[in-house]
Design a protein around this ligand. Structure first.
Ligand code: TXA
Ligand code: MG
Length: 342
């Protein structure tokens, strides 16, 4: 099907909402990444998401609502802690895993009796949800396993001719996905770190459990639990631990010696030195929110430059650092953890 690329005008948002209501697929911006949306209560429409993305049906979707008032349509038994979190962080990048209403098709939740729900904080997403009048199921709008899209052009690259329309609302402001929180256990457990940080959650409800894949106080990834996701085409080597900068420099020269073209996702402070060393550099900025916002665009840009290898070093586990570390760990072909050598 030909895909319409639509600027996010009120007329085009109304048209996109009509497409959603009649069972079609629309990609739209959220504050985190672009989502690929369908009417969450229409099983056939939701099936189209899995086909377009080539996503396996065992991976459940997030249901997006226009506001907390819509929650009873998709979730039941909302606990006091879930209610507190929703009131504190919605609209915003927090996804709560809650007991599901029977009206939510099994495909949305991959047969689980829970549903992941959030209220996005982006004017285009909000306008679309309000105009559509139905909950919208939306995974990130990329081919399965690929880097998540932070611009309409990224969505076009992955999904054109597979979906009905893309609403272009410019680059997404946060750049990494929402935090997925399981509130069924006490304390709640982060299933995926994201835009609402562990510190922000702790300030409202007290300590939360870090994702299972991260161990120790530093939240370093545990080897052996890697699944490639969010991945660029080039081999990504992620350098962590106290000597990450030195390890990155060593990887750069080793790859160059082997005749490979090397790209680096670099903090601003490292950019000049790495350019002089012959790397293709994509600057990530100087603070964590800039790194998060630019990370996926950088992976895609370096792929376009035709590099064979992408290097990146860790930027810590505090605040957004944990989500950045999670995505780089999953995108990596190889982890270079200098912690282990000490
Ligand atoms: O920021 C975001 O969350 C973006 C935007 C578009 O909202 N969406 C997104 O969706 O990242 P997706 O499908 O790429 O990731 C959804 C995550 C997956 O890790 C999935 O396993 C988890 O949410 N999830 C969904 N339903 C779940 C459930 N019932 N229990 C546990 N995890 C669930
Ligand atoms: Mg995704």
């Amino acid at each position: 099907m030909p895909t319409q690329l639509l600027s996010a005008t009120p007329e085009n948002i109304a048209q996109a909402a009509a497409i959603i209501r009649r069972g079609g697929l629309v990609a739209f911006p959220t504050e985190t990444v672009y989502g690929l949306g369908a009417n969450a209560l229409d099983a056939d429409a939701v099936a189209g998401i899995f086909t377009a993305k080539e996503r396996p049906s065992h991976d459940p979707l997030i249901v997006h609502l226009s506001g907390l008032d819509q929650l009873p349509r998709v979730a039941r038994a909302v606990s006091p802690v879930a209610q507190t979190l929703a009131e504190a962080f919605w609209p915003g990048p927090l996804t709560l895993v809650l007991p599901k209403q029977p009206a939510v098709p099994v495909l949305v939740t991959s047969g689980l009796d829970t549903v992941a729900v959030r209220v996005p904080d982006h004017p285009v997403a909000q306008a679309l949800l309000q105009a559509a009048g139905v909950p919208i199921a939306a995974p990130s709008a990329n081919r399965f396993g690929h880097t998540s899209p932070t611009t309409a052009q990224h969505v076009w690259h992955d999904l054109h001719d597979r979906i009905d329309a893309i609403l272009d609302g410019g680059p997404t402001p946060i750049g990494v996905e929402s935090t997925v929180l399981d509130v069924s256990s006490t304390p709640p457990r982060i299933l995926r770190p994201g835009g609402v940080t562990a510190e922000m959650l702790a300030a409202v409800i007290g300590p939360v459990v870090l994702p299972r894949d991260f161990v120790g106080d530093q939240g370093l990834p545990s080897p052996g639990l890697l699944e490639t996701h969010y991945a660029p085409r080039a081999d990504l080597i992620f350098c962590l631990g106290p000597d990450a900068a030195e390890a990155l420099a060593a990887e750069l020269s080793a790859a160059q010696t082997a005749g490979r073209r090397v790209g680096v996702l670099a903090m601003d402070e490292d950019a000049n030195k790495l350019t002089q060393a012959g790397a293709v550099v994509y600057p990530l900025g100087a603070d964590l929110s800039s790194v998060a916002r630019r990370l996926y665009a950088g992976m895609r840009w370096l792929d376009e430059q035709g590099v064979d290898v992408i290097l990146c070093r860790d930027s810590g586990a505090s605040g957004l650092g944990l989500a950045i570390r999670d995505r780089l760990t999953r995108a990596a072909a190889r982890l270079m953890n200098t912690e282990e050598t000490h």
